[in-house]
Design a protein around this ligand. Structure first.
Ligand SMILES: [Zn+2]
Length: 274
């Protein structure tokens, strides 16, 4: 698991993230490995799906059909968690051998942000799609722009967790630099949705003993190859009757994030007192 912790707060290639996850899963020596991927419906997320499939799912998951494996997947506007889904997914991978020896469930939550080069600098929030400027993530932008609709209501509820108005924080230039807003909304969203998954895991005993790794990540949809920021890791250990939850990495409050460039990669750290 240390290898995963080393990824937190930094931008990496998609391959690096999925391969590190696969190595860590292998080292865990669990009897069965299952996976759930929560992703935005935006077609620009195809690259991160392909990388996860190629470098993790194919090699780590049980065969669903002959030489083919698949993750349980939620794909919707804004990569929202659908309450109850983790229990259905966990039950699918609760195979015979996992009743004797625990299994591992890897749950990857991908928020995303478009990145465009403007005057030699990276600009967050749009990408060139079919030759036109296009909002990315469009669902998160719709929420920030005051649009109405069921998916907006669900996203807004998540952003109001614990009575903190994170949308007001994101809108306040004194708390979040406007240039970083589209990135930070994606980071905060991925963490909030990952926390919702962890809360749901704790609401019901698994079908067989399970160690859960929930990873909030943000895909950077770039003109070249996409990259990915790993925002944290929530471990829920439900291998015994009583579950233990441990959360590592960034928190869910966007005013605390600080963006830096280290060796041509983005790094996000958290200001503790902000
Ligand atoms: Zn999106």
């Amino acid at each position: 698991m240390k290898a995963i912790l080393d990824l937190i707060g930094r931008e990496w290639s998609l391959e690096q993230v999925s391969k590190t996850l696969a190595e860590a899963a292998k080292e865990s020596q669990m009897s069965v490995i299952g996976a759930m991927h929560i992703i935005c419906a935006d077609e620009s997320e195809f690259e991160v799906c392909e990388a996860f499939q190629k470098n993790f799912v194919y090699s780590m998951l049980p065969e669903l059909k002959d030489a083919r494996a698949a993750a349980f997947t939620l794909s919707n506007l804004g990569a929202r968690y659908d309450p109850g889904a983790v229990h259905v997914a966990e039950h699918h991978y609760a195979l015979g051998e996992s009743t004797e020896t625990p299994k591992l469930m890897v749950i990857k939550v991908n928020g995303h942000v478009g990145i465009k080069m403007v005057d030699g600098l990276e600009s967050f929030g749009t990408l060139e799609r079919y030759g036109l400027d296009s909002a990315c993530c469009g669902a998160l932008h719709a929420m920030m722009g005051g649009a109405q609709g069921p998916f907006v209501s669900e996203l807004k509820n998540a952003f109001n967790k614990d009575g903190i108005d994170r949308l007001a924080i994101l809108d306040d230039p004194a708390q979040v630099p406007p240039a970083s807003r589209s990135l930070f909304v994606a980071v905060s969203s991925a963490i909030l949705q990952a926390e919702a998954v962890a809360d749901d895991i704790l609401s019901k005993s698994p079908a067989s003993p399970t160690l859960f790794w929930v990873l909030p990540c943000v895909t950077c949809n770039r003109p070249g190859e996409d990259t990915e920021i790993v925002c944290g890791l929530i471990q829920v250990d439900y291998r015994k009757a009583t579950a233990e939850r441990r959360q590592m990495g960034l928190g869910n409050t966007p005013s605390k994030y600080r963006l830096e460039q280290v060796d041509k990669a983005m790094r996000i750290r958290e200001e503790k007192g902000a």
